[in-house]
Design a protein around this ligand. Sequence first.
Ligand code: C5P
Length: 319
Amino acid sequence: RAFLYRLWKGTVSSKMLNPRLQKAMRYYMSFNKHGVHFRRRRETRRTGPELLCELRRRVRVRTLDGKEPPFSALGWRPLVPGVPLSQLHPGGLRSCAVVMSAGAILNSSLGEEIDSHDAVLRFNSAPTRGYEKDVGNKTTMRIINSQILANPSHHFIDSSLYKDVILVAWDPAPYSANLNLWYQKPDYNLFTPYIQHRRRHPAQPFYILHPKFIWQLWDIIQENTREKIQPNPPSSGFIGILIMMSMCREVHVYEYIPSVRQTELCHYHELYYDAACTLGAYHPLLYEKLLVQRLNVGTQADLHRKGKVVLPGFRALRC
Ligand code: C5P
């Protein structure tokens, strides 16, 4: 519990994590699978409003447009959606919900509130059916990692979870963002199923995030964190928060910073327990959460009781 209180106040460090998680973090630090060059950390700590303006200035949501090698030569240009993700809602959405898949959302009764937003973002294979009371049933966009596309157990091609929504896929690329290297050796091959899906459902907006966007977010987290963070991409949750901040005037994030319902139950839809899901091992999740905690303009009561953080969208900021 002490850890949770400190997370709400933004005063935790990785030293307070359990020894198993600390060991996992050390392993990822030394492995540095993606060849990350560490950025210098900032000497002075930015306030929430300063950070929001920095994010607005630097963050550019970018997806593969088929114009760069190797994709240009592979004929991707006419295959990717004609309208870029950032232009899908040119006027901007008013209020958006980002629903994390954490077990802590069970028994929250947040469903109605979540559905009242103009757009709802969900992740990977998180279902709504059977969980409507706690998570709602509206889905506007889904962010999926490459395992969802590559692993047959997810039934990407025929599951209704991935129909009638905006799809945004991503895969960890080298930090250099060398697209040739990435294309030859993705973490999971998302390229073949992506092409297949584009051919079959050309009208469905479906994008692959550009590695430069993902690593730009990593740079910003590291530059604004005192400790060295894991040299791995941010979690889908953090990526999704930033995409929604660039598309919506106001973003309500549910159960990212855990509420009083905090639990080691990894996902609300799966009987699997692991504290790493909430606090991170591979992803620099603890540091992402500390950054988001600093940006929160919502109330403490909403944070504690609903696990809700409220963030201004970039267009609502006066910088
Ligand atoms: O596990 P998965 O990546 O599908 O979950 C979606 C996102 O929800 C994660 O990337 C993470 O940001 C967030 N999450 C969390 N705590 C959990 C489970 C997921 O913060 N226990």
